[in-house]
Design a protein around this ligand. Structure first.
Ligand SMILES: [Zn+2]
Length: 338
């Protein structure tokens, strides 16, 4: 099968398109003919060597996978040949204490989903969820790491209520866009932050009530103005250190800060008094559970979540796709089709 293979970490040119052996299908695994694979920022940090969990070379990356099951292992009962599926970012064991508590995203036995930059990929059945027959692969591929994480943040971690105000940083990103759509659908007032005036119209079309165009360090005054000085009830932060100060300043007293992403390596320092004076809750959000993925598939089928697709490219264009995602100039998902 054809695949984009990395033999060492490096720049976008490090990908080599090769013919490689189709991987064998294990007991609880399925073989998927890849229909589409989203290019995420995690792919960028896996390619350049920053992200090292379970990495060895040669390496085929790509975790936002959708496709059709063409073979299944003997232990697979929930999925069938011919099913269309999309993926979580990890598979989990389903049996440990954390899994049984509904905390499968921190399962100690979890395995990284990878291998979507190829014609076929083998994955544990736990990582896969069925999608409707009429949902395009380029729509379903990114639902887990995109909308699924947004649902995790808003509904299951920050527990937003109707009438609250939610600030989304990195609002044109893969988690940002569905976060705006879901927060609006849950009855929140949504303020979206972006660096680029050119992305304002897209964010308004997606559903933001207010769009703040500002640099990463200086949007808090505008957010205060939009909330009559009070600040927002919830921050969904998909950027991390570079916006933390401004986003934390934008938070109302008793607000909840959902930390979803850290795109850059640098650390922050914070005087702990800022946290208790504000009575703030800082909440870590990680990945997506199978239930959350099932729910965002249903919400997408109903039209509440509408993934923005910036560009569909071929496997041969993988280096260009990475340059696009790394450059941050796109609004919406970049998707590869093998
Ligand atoms: Zn487990």
């Amino acid at each position: 099968m054809r695949a984009a293979v990395l033999h060492a970490p490096g720049a976008p040119e490090a990908f080599v398109i090769e013919d490689v052996a189709q991987p064998p299908v294990g007991f609880d695994e399925v073989l998927i003919r890849v229909g589409a694979c989203g290019v995420s920022f995690r792919d960028v940090v896996e390619r350049n060597g920053t992200y090292r969990r379970d990495v060895s070379y040669p390496l085929i990356i790509g975790l936002e996978i959708s496709g059709t099951i063409v073979e299944r292992g003997e232990g697979v009962t929930r999925l069938h040949v011919g099913d269309r599926v999309c993926t979580k970012a990890f598979s989990s064991c389903g049996n440990c204490r954390l899994c049984r508590e509904g905390r499968e995203t921190t399962c100690a036995e979890r395995r990284t989903v990878r291998g979507g930059y190829a014609e076929y990929v083998v994955l544990a059945q736990d990582a896969c969820v069925q999608t409707p027959a009429d949902m395009p692969f380029e729509v379903s591929c990114s639902l887990g790491p995109g909308a699924g994480v947004a649902l995790n943040a808003l509904r299951d971690t920050a527990h937003i209520s109707i009438g609250e105000t939610v600030l989304v940083t990195g609002a044109t990103g893969g988690v940002g866009v569905p976060a705006v759509q879901i927060a609006r659908g849950m009855g929140a007032k949504v303020i979206a932050v972006t660096r680029s005036e050119g992305k304002r119209a897209m964010l308004e079309a997606v559903g933001a009530h207010d769009v703040v165009v500002a640099g990463p360090a200086d949007f808090a005054p505008q957010v205060r103005e939009l909330t009559a000085g009070r600040g927002v009830d919830v921050v969904v932060d998909t950027i991390g250190s570079r916006v933390f100060d401004a986003a934390f300043d934008s938070l109302a007293v008793h607000g909840r800060y959902a930390m979803v992403g850290q795109l850059f390596g640098e650390s922050i320092s914070i005087n702990p008094a800022r946290i208790f004076f504000k009575r703030a809750q800082i909440l870590g959000v990680g990945s997506v559970s199978r239930v959350q993925l099932e729910d965002v598939i249903a919400l997408t089928a109903r039209g509440m979540i509408r993934p923005e697709i910036a560009q569909i490219m071929t496997l041969d264009e993988v280096a260009d796709a990475h340059r696009l995602v790394e450059g941050g100039a796109t609004a919406g998902r970049v998707v590869l089709k093998p």
